[in-house]
Design a protein around this ligand. Structure first.
Ligand code: MOS
Length: 767
């Protein structure tokens, strides 16, 4: 996806930060705003209930939708008796494959630059059933309760056909090499199996992680209306423009005929994209001739929004007596459907974490009849680091080397597979700072020897990693508007704000760039009418926005100089000789030569000036191996009588380039680490292998950490800027979850002497 887009190179403005080349000059300069803690600009609106979420928009004459889900894994709809449903109070429409409008299949993720469909199956176009939970009907009524009731009256009969709903059955049907964005998930360096066999010290184990489902606090929803020549969707989306374009393709609409807004999203974590419900909602609105609000129940999210596949991973590490790694083998299985292309790429982190003389890395997939899985909270790394980092801990025990020191001993000085240099890697600093803060020194390495009453106490650690990405396509529009002697700036980006602080960080970056107080900067986002395409995915949104703001600011400076003309103190200076400071432009070498934005606009008799510019191509990715890093420490207490497991201390020491907003960054780190706690201790989708049904589709039965499960979490960071990224930053969205489950498992071993290699670490595994 990214490589294809990289071929369209755009020229660079002078004095821009040049990817792969000269560092951003602002990185080296004293910063005013970047690095100071700023509260979320959207926080007060949310607290007051003034922020409108997808299911809070309303249209006149709007109908409410309810879905009916198939209870078989594969087969066909044999018959539908809708008489009772149609006669129920308030019902406006019963839509099935028999009467749904004709639509194209969704363009599946990766098939073209802005395609974000989860699968390419027909949606209510035929009688085929592809997974247990697939929507087979949509009922519209005057109220949600009426729609839900009528949906329960629909009588659908099915002809089940043979299906594959067991892992063993899927494997027996044959496995294949997993592909990720067109590349095989496979690496071979040297003869790892031979070196492993000869290694004097080794571990060789199998690790298992279960299925995980998405549980954003805001269930998926959309409020949809057909207008004169197009479609309006108030949605919850991590990929606003891409989603507008993809749903447009389903209905044969050009991208500019779909207006999709998503200013506030109540959590996404990979799940807030295009799924069947938006397509069905739009189809029902078309058929009924009235607007529709479709709100998935929590069960509906489990039936129609994919999660993370299970994994079975073998990790084997062979080492010399001194601890240096000879061989790293990381192979295993994930499961997919016949109709999507998202394996769980659990070897990604292993590609860049340790030096070794040889590697054998491979992900295979088996196909099952189930809901298409998708991106979820550090896809790959979250579960991959569990296996790798528990194996490293096991090896440390075998070697009698402290697990922190073993990791530092095998720190690579360049990318271990490609040989490409790291752009910025200070993981050893993160380890040292984290160990000092946690109080790691003097740890007794023996397992199961610390007891406080009924409680066994232990500590553990692990590395986390997540790649730096920056997708092309981001644009920023900056508009300066004169307001008497002052100016206001509006910065618009086609980005999504899921509560992580994107709009706040964008305001910080723009204000810093423009030399304006943050109060004079307003950020527009979450609307497909804004030019460009930016995705809150791959932890790359802030870098994408930063590059676009940098490019737009450079263009703005050039435009302002033209407007300033010959009567300005700036006359004769070129764009690379001036910079933005204190609400205006000034010569870089002679600060006395300056003019305020307001004065420039006033003399030019302009009320405003506006520029739109695309960020540079992400060429930095071709020059360097780029990652966010973490060192996770935790302490656990395990009840020797009941097996109850409590994480009593948790600390994350991060190396993620420059931290732009310490306040929102700390929250993102902590949030990710809490997800890691959930993964370690409780998260598990119960999948009925007899029929492919998810058995625990509710927050009552799918357990997530609550306040009582979460200790105070300490976070710290190196704050060392990466000279080769916009603003020196790396992504921080997904790094928090990685490494946590391994750190907990390693601490559990230290507390109890029990090595748990299968998540979640529930009490039955400790007794
Ligand atoms: Mo993330 S799983 O790229 O939203």
């Amino acid at each position: 996806l990214m490589m294809g887009a990289m071929q369209k190179l755009v020229p660079l403005a002078p004095d821009s930060w040049i990817p792969g080349g000269v560092p951003d000059p602002l990185i080296a300069r004293k910063h005013g705003l970047i690095g100071t803690p700023v509260s979320r600009l959207d926080g007060a609106l949310k607290v007051k209930g003034a922020a409108g979420f997808a299911a809070e928009y309303r249209f006149e004459n709007m109908a409410y939708a309810a879905l009916v889900y198939a209870p078989i894994a594969r087969g066909r709809v044999a018959a539908i008796d809708s008489a009772a449903a149609e006669a129920a109070p308030g019902v406006a429409l019963v839509m099935t494959h028999l009467n749904a409008p004709r639509m194209k299949n969704m363009p599946v993720f990766g098939s073209s630059p802005n395609a974000v469909g989860p699968h390419n199956l027909p949606v209510l176009q035929d009688d085929r059933i592809h997974w247990n939970g697939q929507p087979v009907a949509c009922v519209l009524a005057e109220t949600q309760e009426q729609a839900d009731h009528a949906a329960s009256l629909l009588k659908v009969t099915y002809d089940a056909e043979p299906s594959t709903t067991t892992v063993a059955g899927a494997v027996a049907n044959g496995t294949e090499q997993a592909m990720f964005f067109g590349q095989p998930l496979r690496n071979d360096v040297g003869d790892a199996e031979a070196l492993l066999a000869k290694a004097p010290v080794k571990v060789d184990q199998t690790y298992r992680t279960p299925r995980h489902n998405h549980n954003p606090i805001e269930p998926h929803a959309a409020t949809i209306a057909w207008v004169e020549d197009g479609l309006v969707i108030h949605d919850a989306s991590q990929m606003v423009s891409q989603q507008a374009e993809s749903i447009g393709a389903v209905f044969g609409l050009a991208a500019d005929k779909v207006r999709l807004t998503s200013p506030y999203v109540g959590g996404g974590f990979g799940s807030k994209g295009l799924w069947d419900h938006q397509v069905i909602g739009a189809a029902a609105a078309k058929l009924a001739g009235r607007p529709v609000r479709i709100t998935l129940s929590r069960e509906g999210v489990y039936r129609t929004v994919g999660g993370r596949t299970l994994t079975e991973q073998r990790v084997a590490i062979g080492a010399q007596q001194d601890g240096t790694f000879d061989a790293i083998v990381h192979t295993g299985l994930s499961v997919m459907t016949p109709h999507n292309n998202m394996p769980e790429p659990f070897i990604l982190g292993t590609r860049c974490t340790y030096a070794a003389r040889s590697f054998a890395l491979k992900v295979e997939v088996a196909r099952m009849n189930m809901l298409a899985n998708t991106f979820m909270r550090a896809p790959g790394e979250a579960v991959g680091t569990f296996a790798l980092e528990v194996a490293v801990d096991e090896l440390a025990v075998e070697l009698g080397i402290d697990p922190v020191e073993l990791r530092i001993l095998n720190e690579p000085d360049k990318d271990p597979l490609s040989g490409v240099p790291f752009s910025s890697r200070h993981i050893v600093t993160a380890w040292r700072q984290g160990a000092a803060r946690f109080g790691w020194a003097g740890r007794d390495p023996r397992a199961g020897v610390r007891r406080e009453g009924e409680w066994l106490v232990g500590t553990g650690c692990a590395t986390g990693t997540y790649p730096y990405y920056r997708m092309p396509g981001a644009e920023a529009r900056i508009t300066l508007t004169r307001d008497g002697d002052a100016v206001r700036a509006q910065v618009e980006v086609a980005a999504a704000e899921m509560g992580m602080g994107t709009s706040t960080t964008t305001a910080i970056v723009a204000a810093e760039r423009l030399g304006l107080p943050i109060e004079q900067v307003e950020v527009g986002y979450g609307d497909s009418a804004i030019p460009g395409a930016i995705m809150a995915g791959g932890s790359q949104q802030t870098a994408a926005i930063g590059a676009a703001v940098i490019a737009a600011h450079n263009a703005l400076v050039a435009d302002l100089l033209k407007l300033a003309g010959n009567d300005s103190p700036l006359a004769g200076l070129s764009a690379d000789e001036v910079g933005s400071i204190d609400g205006g432009l000034a010569s870089r070498t002679d600060p006395a030569r300056r003019e305020s934005y307001a004065s420039i606009l006033s003399r030019a008799q302009r009320g405003s000036v506006s520029v739109t510019k695309a960020g540079s191509m992400p060429l930095e990715l071709m020059h360097w191996s780029m990652h966010s890093h973490s060192a996770i420490f935790c302490e656990v207490r395990v009840n020797a009588v009941t097996g109850e497991l409590r994480v009593s201390r948790l600390l994350g020491s991060f190396d993620c380039g420059r931290i732009l907003n310490p306040r929102t960054a700390a929250s993102q780190f902590r949030g990710g680490m809490i997800m890691g706690l959930g993964m370690a201790l409780m998260e598990e989708t119960q999948f009925d292998e007899r029929n492919g049904r998810i058995m625990n589709p509710s927050l009552a039965e799918y357990h997530l950490p609550v306040h009582m499960d979460v200790p105070e979490i300490e976070v710290l960071w190196t704050d060392i800027p990466d000279p080769h990224t916009p603003m020196g930053a790396h992504g921080i969205g997904e790094i928090g979850i990685t490494g946590v489950a391994a750190a907990v498992a390693n601490a559990v071993w230290h507390a109890t002497g029990k090595r748990v290699r299968e998540l979640p670490i529930t009490l039955d595994k400790l007794l």
